[in-house]
Design a protein around this ligand. Structure first.
Ligand SMILES: Nc1ncnc2c1ncn2[C@@H]1O[C@H](COP(=O)(O)OP(=O)(O)OP(=O)(O)O)[C@@H](O)[C@H]1O
Ligand SMILES: [Mg+2]
Length: 333
């Protein structure tokens, strides 16, 4: 790993960037899992790393949280250089791994107190923080029971509560909601939003594009060792084609006259539906409606399809998914 000398602009940047990575590389054998990636996460924001299974998400989290070392790259977390000052990085962060760190043989409360000890909190302070977090994560009732008996959602909440014992300002959440039911997932989203409201920076990985869409300020898609795309959810959606307006008719006559006059539309004769490429903007919608009016035909239903993150994901990671998944998903809104 290269050591960088702190220059004035770089120091100023470190104050606002919670995480920066430049040229991050990691290989296992001859497989370049991370092939020189760049990431920047401003303090107080949520960054989501997406990618298919085996893309290197967990590897990136492990490197940035000091659990393993990179082969190369300038990496800074919480303003501390990962290569020269991993101890300071460790003091600034919390990590919730992809697989639970909860010890099932002891109670939820004991798990928390153990974390407090690991953080060298004075006994009374450890008890206070534990009680507060158990309450915040709705685990008071279960606190005195062995964690092995907790549901998946309860274990995940305990996992995150344990991560927060040391009061980290930057937290890494590796697939925080995988395996949770929709209600537990929404609870977890609320928890993450609460952390961000307190000014915590969140670096999360997820398989759920909807989750990245809901939570993340910026999203990066990792594929074949590279960042295939990076931006806000809206920016990413704009890079894939597939936006269209769908007109449905119940009267075959109206359908036929609309279809013959609208040459560029894709016809679905069975469904009496026409699909017109469109960015979904007000201007384009108005021109479609004007055209329908002037042709004297009335559609029974008009739906606007804007690409969603699933479309982006399939488009960007096409080479690593089975052929039948390569097509952008139909997802009328
Ligand atoms: N310790 C290791 N030794 C050898 N190969 C490894 C090791 N850890 C990870 N890999 C390989 O690196 C690649 C990336 O793994 P990683 O766990 O980072 O992927 P991921 O994006 O987190 O996947 P998932 O979505 O399944 O959690 C995989 O091909 C994996 O087999
Ligand atoms: Mg993983």
């Amino acid at each position: 790993m290269t050591v960088t000398r702190a220059s004035a602009p770089r120091a100023a940047q470190a104050a606002t960037q919670a995480i920066t990575a430049t040229g991050l590389r990691k290989s296992y054998g001859d497989k370049a899992v991370l092939d020189g990636i760049d990431l920047t996460v401003p303090a107080g924001t949520v960054f989501a790393l997406l990618g298919p299974n085996g893309a290197g998400k967990t590897t990136a989290v492990k490197i940035l949280s000091t659990l393993i070392t990179a082969d190369a790259g300038d990496l800074s977390v919480g303003g501390h250089d990962l290569a020269t000052d991993p101890q300071s990085v460790r003091a600034a962060i919390g990590v919730t791994g992809q697989f639970s760190a909860v010890d099932g043989l002891i109670t939820g409360e004991e798990n928390m107190l153990l974390m407090a000890d690991l953080h060298h909190l004075p006994k009374a302070e450890g008890r206070r923080v534990t009680a507060e977090l158990l309450d915040r994560f709705d685990l008071v009732e279960a606190a005195k029971k062995p964690a092995a008996g907790y549901s998946g959602g309860m274990k995940r909440r305990l996992d995150i509560a344990m991560t927060l014992v040391g009061g980290p300002r930057i937290i890494f959440l590796d697939e925080p909601t995988t395996g949770l039911d929709p209600r537990s997932r929404h609870t977890m989203w609320g928890i993450i939003r609460g952390l961000v409201a307190d000014g915590v920076t969140v670096f999360l990985t997820t398989q759920y594009l909807e989750e990245a869409d809901e939570l993340a300020d910026r999203i990066a898609v990792l594929n074949n060792g590279k960042i295939a795309a990076e931006g806000t959810a809206e920016e990413l959606k704009r890079i894939v084609p597939g936006g269209h307006v769908k007109l449905r008719f119940t009267d075959p006559g109206a359908y036929r006259s609309a279809a013959s006059a609208l040459g560029e539309a894709v016809r679905d004769d069975d469904a009496l539906a026409l699909q017109i490429p469109s960015d979904g903007s007000q201007r384009e919608l108005r021109s479609i409606l004007d055209w329908l009016d002037s042709a004297g035909v009335e559609a029974d239903e008009l739906t606007v399809h804007t690409p969603d993150l699933d479309d982006v994901f399939f488009a960007l990671t096409a080479s690593t998914v089975p052929a039948q998944n390569n097509q952008p998903k139909e997802n009328a809104r």
